[in-house]
Design a protein around this ligand. Structure first.
Ligand code: NAD
Length: 299
């Protein structure tokens, strides 16, 4: 059977390798990015360039987007030159960006009015997961549409059906709460230890061996002890996700006091010029509050 043509919008850290996997998987592709250099990288992978999201949508069976934030998804789908201005009824739309569940539902509703089913399908696994096609994909929308999209998701990682439109984004927000709070807990543990004069390496070793163990601590703890905050996942993107979490909490009437605190601490990170560092750098804010610096051990 002939493969469907995919239109891919947003060829950044995540979108570029994802498009590569889809092309390798045999899908003819058309791509679009507002930044010409990014668009050229997609063309180098073997995709045809489109002049706009509208132009792209008119030529494809499936649209996938991977852009930064809710306003970018609104621009890409609802804008004058956006997907919905050009799309044919029946085209499958999949937004894989991390955005507000409220925006995801709004865009999916507008898509349905054009006769197009839409899934929200944010991911976790980071740039490494994108390059290695090992993303965890959290999907919201119609379950039959999810089944139709599975062959595409399987080229990118493992997809889980989470519920109706917006549910994928809700699960991603839950993921980002847990990760932010894990980082803050580890940061406070290390700073208390440093103030009391206990070797932070011992703290990490002991905590990792017991009930306090977390993946965040195992992966990032040793790098913090070396003063290594190269991203990974940039703090400003996690700040964006905490904005989404607060907006969702307001919309659904959930009281999330620890997430509100996490949001403030990430705001402080950005105010101190640390937004481009890895999100583990929230420890620098906790250090500053106690006027203390963790001892750094370089190799
Ligand atoms: P990025 O900034 O590297 O790439 C985004 C791309 O989208 C850019 O090339 C930009 O020019 C393009 N773009 C923006 N608005 C557009 C529009 N209206 N039309 C067409 N193109 C547009 O970002 P990224 O790191 O690839 O992240 C993309 C999404 O994936 C974000 O929502 C992010 O939170 C999420 N995410 C990222 C990671 C990660 O580790 N980087 C992990 C999980 C999820």
């Amino acid at each position: 059977m002939e493969k469907k043509t995919i239109g891919f919008i947003g060829l950044g850290i995540m979108g570029y390798p994802m498009l590569g996997h889809l092309i390798k998987g045999g899908y003819p592709a058309i791509c679009y990015d507002i930044v010409p250099a990014a668009l050229e990288r997609g063309v180098a992978l073997g995709a045809k360039p489109a002049a706009s999201a509208k132009d792209l949508a008119a030529q494809v069976d499936v649209v996938i987007s991977m852009v930064p934030d809710s306003p970018d998804v609104e621009a890409a789908y609802l804008g004058e030159n956006g997907v919905l201005a050009g799309v044919r009824p029946g085209t499958l739309l999949i937004d894989m960006s991390t955005i507000s569940p409220i925006t995801a539902q709004k865009v999916a509703k507008a898509a349905a009015e054009k006769g197009c089913p839409m899934l929200d399908a944010p991911v976790s696994g980071g740039d490494v997961g994108a390059r290695e096609a090992r993303l965890s994909i959290m999907v919201g929308g119609d379950p039959d549409v999810f089944e139709q999209a599975l062959p595409i998701f399987q080229l990118l990682g493992k997809a889980t059906y989470c519920g109706p439109s917006g549910a994928g984004q809700v699960v991603k927000a839950c993921n980002q709460i847990q990760v932010a709070l894990n980082f803050i807990g580890m940061a406070e543990a290390l700073v208390l230890g440093a103030k009391a004069g206990v070797d932070p390496e011992i703290i990490l070793r002991v905590l990792s061996a017991g009930y306090a163990q977390t993946r965040v601590m195992d992966v990032r703890g040793p790098r913090i002890l070396k003063g290594d905050y190269a991203p990974g996942f940039r703090a400003r993107l996690h700040h964006k996700d905490l904005n989404i979490i607060r907006e969702a909490a307001r919309a659904y009437g959930a009281s999330l006091p620890a997430s509100a605190l996490a949001h403030e601490l990430f705001t402080a990170m950005i105010a101190n010029g640390w937004g481009e560092l890895d999100h583990s750098a929230v420890v620098k804010v906790i250090e500053k509050l106690s006027n203390c610096e963790l001892p750094v051990k370089k190799d």
